[in-house]
Write a protein that binds this ligand. Structure first.
Ligand SMILES: Nc1ncnc2c1ncn2[C@@H]1O[C@H](COP(=O)(O)OP(=O)(O)OP(=O)(O)O)[C@@H](O)[C@H]1O
Length: 463
């Protein structure tokens, strides 16, 4: 029998595995439409192009996709790749096959789904889509950033690689997702870890002082400049400069930052000469910077210069698996044992959508630990469905039967929407309608809180 080997090019650096094509139906010569990426386990990083056809996945060396994972059966899974769908069938494996936490025997797999076999995670990526093709890091912490979800382990893989380089980095993510910790982690894991780590919160500096803060000034350059002062770039020499809220930088200062990034030279305000600096810049924003570029609020050339490398931190609501570890981490940082929070409280906390992300979670844990669990009534008891239906939503059975009438995704969204609205209404009432106070109390960014309040019709008017 002739054994043909198919090899498909891939320029993302992942190892493309040779796929045995003996005994394959003729269909396999068709155009490749999907790629099987091995995200974790002993074969992490391998990738298999799958044309329509049937593929045996297992530890048996004769399988089409060989997985050398001791928890994977010799004959574990059959993948039936068709023109318009993919079916996965567990062929009597010892440890089972799972998709997003659910065990299955036969499953219509959607593109992008992750299948778990033993300790191995497999992702089916549509052809041409290289997103999320990163193997998963084994770590649960990067610097002080912790996480065990797949999303965070993807981020850790990226950060491990990025930390080794010298290029500037842009970190994006909603408020409270850990952008500052991420920048600190890049510094600690990189070659500059012995140098300084300097933070400038660009949203917190008065616009007229921004240039001086970044580039320094000479004595007498402006009223109050009583002595020469080095700016953040000079102070970060040999280390890392973290520019937080870079989206807030006024347009008139942006060309000077661009120049500093391109030439690695800065001029103190009031000085004539430039000084060279050796700095790695890590910038962060919770804004949609591409949108700001389109709206002419942020220079496109500066954006491209900053975003040489980009990392995006996922919001906490998209990785609830991280909540238990984050709670333990917060407690540990407070010097409290895990038992400081009851299982019941933890279960409640695990249900929240956390619009203020990890910062909000930290604040809530702090409040509950300091004030006792009686502080929890400030938070809703349970998510409720929307719109208010006739059954008693306080009765878990009614809530569940309502939810069961809907597809899972829709039911979950409606429960979360209902919770969000009730939480915000109560919060606003408690703060006498003062949005700034409400934002502080809940640990939610004020602009984001306004957006949420407007979404639920609880305030009106512009931003
Ligand atoms: N993954 C994480 N692991 C541990 N702690 C975290 C994590 N993410 C955030 N935190 C904690 O949450 C708080 C907010 O984090 P951080 O300041 O890094 O967020 P941020 O994204 O920079 O927020 P902002 O956009 O508002 O500046 C900090 O107390 C930080 O220690």
């Amino acid at each position: 029998m002739v054994r043909a080997v198919a090899r498909f090019g891939d320029d993302d650096g992942d190892e493309d595995r040779q796929l045995r094509t003996d005994a394959l139906p003729a269909m396999r010569s068709a155009r490749v439409r999907v790629r099987l990426m091995v995200l974790s386990g002993p074969d992490a990083g391998h990738s298999y192009p799958l044309a329509p056809g049937r593929y045996r996945v297992g530890a048996d060396p004769g399988s089409d996709v060989v997985i050398a994972d001791r928890a994977v059966s010799r004959s574990h899974l059959l993948l039936d790749v068709r023109e318009d769908s993919i079916q996965a069938v567990d062929v009597g494996s010892r440890n089972g096959s799972f998709c997003e936490g659910m065990r299955f025997t036969t499953l219509e797999v959607r593109a992008g789904a992750v299948l778990t076999l033993g300790t191995t995670e497999l992702k089916l990526v549509p052809e041409g889509e290289k997103a999320h093709a990163l193997p998963l890091s084994n770590r649960e912490r990067f610097g002080n950033l912790v996480g065990q979800s797949r999303r965070m382990r993807e981020v850790f893989t990226l950060l491990e690689r990025v930390a080794q380089g010298e290029s500037d980095v842009l970190i994006q993510g909603e408020t409270g997702t850990g952008k500052e910790l991420c920048a600190e982690g890049l510094h600690l894991h990189g070659a500059r870890s012995k140098g300084p780590f300097v933070i400038v919160d660009l949203a917190g500096v008065a616009p007229q002082l921004l240039e001086s803060e970044l580039f320094g000034h000479v004595k007498g350059a402006f009223t109050g400049a009583q002595a020469d002062r080095a700016g953040a770039f000079e102070r970060a020499h040999g280390g890392t400069l973290f520019l937080d809220e870079v989206g807030e930088l006024p347009l008139e200062v942006q060309p000077r930052l661009l120049r500093a990034l391109e030439r690695r030279q800065v001029k103190r305000v009031g000085a004539n000469d430039y000084r060279s600096v050796n700095v790695r810049v890590v910038a962060a924003t919770h804004q949609d910077l591409e949108g700001a570029v389109k709206a002419n609020r942020f220079r496109g050339d500066l954006f491209h210069r900053l975003a040489v490398l980009r990392a995006t931190l996922p919001p906490l609501r998209e990785r609830p698996e991280d909540i238990p570890l984050l709670i333990d981490t917060v407690l540990e940082r407070m010097g409290k044992p895990p038992s400081a929070l009851s299982d019941q409280t933890r279960a409640l906390l695990a249900q929240y959508p956390w619009p203020g992300n990890v910062r909000e979670l930290r604040n809530v844990v702090d409040r509950v630990v300091s004030l006792g669990e009686s502080a929890l009534p400030d938070m809703p008891d349970a998510p409720r469905p929307r719109p208010a239906p006739s059954p008693d939503v306080n009765n878990p059975e009614d809530t569940l039967s309502l939810a069961l009438e809907l597809p899972f995704k829709e039911a979950k969204e409606r429960l979360i929407e209902g919770f969000e609205r009730d939480y915000l209404r109560t919060l606003l009432e408690r703060c006498g309608g003062n949005v700034s106070k409400a934002s502080r109390e809940a640990g939610i960014d004020r602009v984001y809180l306004r957006k949420l309040l407007r979404k639920h019709g609880l305030v009106s008017g512009p931003d």
